[in-house]
Design a protein around this ligand. Structure first.
Ligand code: FES
Length: 207
């Protein structure tokens, strides 16, 4: 049968499967909700001097991230370019373009912590969570590992924060316990079999 013949069913290629359509609708619904949050944030901070940062904080506090889909809305609302808003979102580590995992572990990689072995801890955490060297979120969404540049605990380096709770004078065992706790709370298994915790960082008193 000639697929180009008039009326031929073979010519009709579906635009999307039902699953893809459902996913599109879900995404569209999400974006609508995100935009409502942005509108409220713009309204809330309209009179602020330098409203971009407070708006980004409000959006992230509400949504857990600053979705790429609303960067244009924020730019338009503040009469800025998309590039300007995107530049601020990507410059500050605090802002996320994608949602974080159920627990967020921030490991300080600034000078004082570097001098006390934080890089060894960082690499060990990446290995243990099965993440690339730059960190990220585990495939099961249980833990986000991200760098931070000074937690104000330099005198008690190396330091980290789990869900914003500070932990000082870390070593591999203490960091491992934090990871286990985060995984357990998120319903994920503890350290994967065969992964050794990296030793060698500073040891000290419990945080
Ligand atoms: S350098 Fe790590 S807490 Fe300040």
């Amino acid at each position: 049968m000639d697929p180009n013949a008039p009326g031929s069913l073979a010519r009709e290629t579906p635009l999307a499967t039902p699953g893809q359509l459902r996913e599109s609708l879900r995404e569209a619904g999400k974006l609508g909700a995100y935009r409502a949050v942005v509108r409220a944030a713009l309204e809330q901070h309209r009179q602020d001097e330098g409203p971009l940062m407070p708006i980004l904080h409000t959006v992230q506090d509400s949504l857990g991230h600053v979705p790429a889909g609303v960067v244009g809305d924020i730019a338009e609302g503040l009469n800025l370019s998309r590039a300007e808003v995107h530049g601020v979102v990507s410059y500050y580590h605090h802002f996320r373009a994608v949602p974080a995992g159920r627990h967020v572990l921030q490991v300080c990689r600034a000078e004082s912590c570097q001098a006390m072995g934080c890089e060894t801890l960082w690499q060990g955490a990446c290995t243990e969570l099965g993440l690339p060297p730059e960190g990220g979120t585990t495939a099961d969404g249980a833990v986000t590992l991200e760098p931070v540049y000074c937690l104000g605990l330099c005198a008690m380096s190396p330091a980290a924060a789990l869900d914003e709770a500070p932990h000082a004078r870390l070593n591999a065992a203490k960091l491992g316990r934090l990871l286990d706790r985060a995984r357990a709370d998120a319903g994920a298994p503890a350290a994967p079999a065969g992964v050794d915790r990296v030793e060698g960082a500073s040891s000290g008193a419990a945080a």
